[in-house]
Ligand binder design. Structure first.
Ligand code: FNR
Length: 335
């Protein structure tokens, strides 16, 4: 399992951004691992696993029929399932639910947002190392895939190193370190020195994170970030959200092309239109008020969004194929 997490570049976990279309796109461009958005344990334990024969996906579906997590064969060995949890037993339940369909499971210990910390999850865990240990040990001994976690740095270097050494002892395969303090905002500079010191203090791979704004703007900057942090692995959030071709060793391509490729996956996998819109708006950045941006914002369905990008034909064709498969499957399994 060591090999899975050393010398890799990963798509970082991002709420709403890290759904299936973005993950497949990042893989196409050369990401080695792709983390899903943080999914909350309480919601996941209510889900049932459904094989979706039409889309050729595996869906984890909530009692209200919402698809909480959709995955497919193509990413099976590369997708890391990130959960939000503050409860070892529930974490294990979620780990067991998804283990057959993912490459690894990860626990979010870095999110400072209220929805995450209020239940003692996310960054709140950082002040409860006993809880961290209990959750990780439960997962490491109870699930069949590697376990990782993602943390922020603590107020002192010594505390940060002690925490990661304690985490290492639980048997996790890697730790992603976002080089910012809990109260720091994404625009604050990242503390590469902390990540470097942590990487030197443990023998498991450390995945460096937090470089998107000031350090990593193109693929070649990834090596610089590795050097600055003394790690062999890097995880990118915003840089990848803005233009997923940052993963490509061939160099970045124009974001309009990236949006098109994203939208094709969204159509093919029947991604929820609100989610498709949200991701495209992140890619549009300061162009959300442009004519294209306004058209995207006004759209209510993937069909309408595809018109904004001139992809009506692709939409029609894909929709027809999926519909035909749906009908075929209904006849073959019919009464
Ligand atoms: C995030 N981040 C985040 N982290 C996490 O562990 N789980 C999550 O679900 C999310 N969600 C999320 C959504 C969005 C839109 C952003 C921008 C960020 C934090 C993210 O993974 C990363 O740690 C930081 O963004 C710093 O890395 P970059 O952006 O400098 O590469």
């Amino acid at each position: 399992t060591m090999g899975t997490f050393s010398n890799i570049t990963a798509l970082a976990p991002m709420v709403r951004v890290g759904t299936l279309p973005m993950r497949l796109l990042a893989l196409d461009f050369g990401a080695d691992l792709v983390y899903c958005e943080e999914l909350i344990d309480i919601k996941m334990v209510q889900c049932r696993r459904v094989v979706n024969e039409v889309l050729q996906t595996v869906d984890f579906v909530a009692p209200d029929e919402r698809v909480m997590f959709r995955t497919c064969e193509k990413e099976k060995d590369r997708v890391v399932f990130q959960m939000g949890t503050a409860d070892p037993q529930r974490a294990l339940q979620v780990g067991r639910l998804v283990e057959k369909d993912v490459a690894a499971v990860d626990v979010n210990m870095g999110c400072p947002k209220e929805y995450s910390t209020k239940g003692g999850m996310g960054a709140a865990l950082l002040s409860d190392p006993d809880k961290i240990e209990a959750i990780l040990m439960k997962l490491v001994t109870g699930v069949s895939v590697p376990v990782t976690c993602k943390i922020r740095i603590l107020p002192s270097l010594q505390e940060t190193i002690q925490l990661v050494q304690r985490i290492e002892k639980t048997g996790v395969a890697a730790v992603a370190v976002h080089g910012r303090f809990k109260e720091e905002r994404p625009r604050n500079p990242v503390h590469c020195d902390y990540i470097q010191a942590v990487a030197q203090a443990v023998s498991i791979p450390i995945i460096a994170n937090g470089g998107s704004l000031d350090l990593v703007k193109s693929h070649s900057d990834i090596d610089e970030f590795k050097k600055a942090t003394g790690t062999s692995s890097v995880m990118l959030a915003r840089a990848a959200m803005w233009n997923a071709s940052v993963f490509s060793s061939q160099g970045t391509i124009p974001v309009d092309k990236v949006m098109e490729e994203y939208l094709k996956y969204a159509i093919r996998y029947e991604n929820h239109a609100f989610n498709t819109k949200y991701c495209l708006c992140q890619m549009l950045r300061d162009r959300v008020e442009s004519p294209l941006g306004k058209q995207v914002q006004a759209a209510q369905t993937n069909a309408e969004i595809s018109e904004a990008f001139g992809l009506q034909e692709f939409y029609q064709q894909t929709h027809k194929e999926l519909q035909a498969r749906r009908e075929r499957l209904q006849t073959s399994s019919g009464p």
